[in-house]
Design a binder for this molecule. Structure first.
Ligand SMILES: [Zn+2]
Ligand SMILES: [Zn+2]
Length: 345
């Protein structure tokens, strides 16, 4: 089987590998679709040689069909369509019991997150995973939709953690797949006032036809004015920073109401000064966010199945043999909403 492996900075190779035998509790998956995340783009351009498990097995947003299962596997069967929940966790420690598997006390996250340190990577024709990571797709959800569950549910977890009510004012900064996940979760939660700020024309166009959204181009309009008008001068209850860049962090600070929340949903890879006097005077909460939970993964699958947003229509399908040219490079340039690799069947 063929797989894309990262040998170092800007050194991604399509290699042929023999398929490993299954161990107890494992299943083999024929990958159908595999999303390219900002994390993969970051690894490609900035890979760190000190990290374990070389070459790196990248790709943590994927779905496929079970082709083989070890004798003791019970939760899934050959032929099942599954998405992969990317966090290996014990399920028993206090963090796992509190539904925070990303902080599992028994696993080192740097070697036990699918596509981000572990020896499981989804940008491949086939992959072996523990059965515990296989999430069976509902009948109404396609394999392409399944490959979007991870980024969408990361945002869904952030929205749940924010505790926003249906009458709250939400501002979503950035409308890539993380921002879309926030919009999806907010709409599923009945939130009526949602402002989306996005500089890309293409991304804004996708959202223009969606009822109940105020879509703003922050390059030409003052997002604070828009939020001010919508909220009768109060400001946003929650600003979800979903772009991972500095200008959106500034906007989030600007639009948050007194004692409002700013949730950092996308990674901000470069340190940046924040006006802590404003944080104190306005009693703002700046909340970090990392990954998702099984519960939100399942909930997102059902919300996606309902078709509240036509998310699959916004995906750009990438040729398996042109991952760099069609996927990683254009993603780095911010040209796509989401690049998803179609794996030859
Ligand atoms: Zn991701
Ligand atoms: Zn645990």
């Amino acid at each position: 089987m063929r797989a894309h492996r990262l040998y170092g900075q800007r050194d991604l190779r399509l290699v042929s590998e023999s398929e490993p035998d299954l161990q107890a509790g494992e299943v083999r998956l024929k990958v159908a679709y595999s999303g390219i995340c900002g994390t993969d783009v970051h690894y490609y351009y900035n890979d760190d040689d000190k990290l374990p498990n070389r070459p790196r097995h990248i790709g943590h947003e994927f779905a496929g069909t079970v082709t083989e299962a070890a004798d003791d596997v019970q939760s899934v069967a050959v032929g099942d369509r599954v998405a992969v929940f990317p966090l290996i966790a014990c399920g028993e420690c206090s963090e796992c019991l509190a539904e925070r598997p990303v902080h599992c006390e028994r696993y080192d996250r740097s070697v036990s997150t699918v596509g981000c340190g572990s020896l499981i990577g989804g940008i491949a024709e086939s992959v072996v995973i523990p059965q515990s990571l296989a999430f069976k797709l509902p009948d109404g959800l396609s394999l392409l939709g399944g490959s979007l569950l991870e980024p969408l549910s990361v945002a869904a977890t952030a929205v749940r953690r924010s505790g926003i009510g249906a009458d709250g004012v939400a501002v979503v900064l950035g409308a890539g797949m993380i921002g879309i996940g926030a919009i999806l979760a907010l709409k599923a939660g009945g939130v009526q006032n949602i402002v989306v700020a996005e500089v890309s024309d293409k991304r804004r166009e996708n959202l223009q036809s969606i009822p109940g959204l105020t879509v703003v181009n922050p390059a030409v309009e003052d997002v604070r004015d828009v939020v001010h008008t919508l909220s009768n001068g109060v400001g946003a209850d929650v600003a979800y920073e979903c772009a991972g860049v500095h200008p959106t962090l500034d906007i989030a600070m600007d639009v948050a109401r007194l004692h409002g929340q700013i949730i950092i949903v996308a990674m901000q890879p470069v340190p940046y000064p924040v006006d802590m006097v404003a944080v104190s005077l306005r009693e703002l909460s700046i909340v970090g966010h990392n990954s998702t939970t099984r519960q939100d993964f399942a909930k997102t699958a059902h919300v996606l199945e309902q078709g509240i947003l036509p998310v699959e229509d916004w995906v750009t399908i990438i040729d398996f043999e042109r991952v760099l040219e069609e996927g990683i490079d254009p993603s780095k340039r911010g040209e796509l909403v989401k690049a998803v690799i179609e794996v030859p069947q």
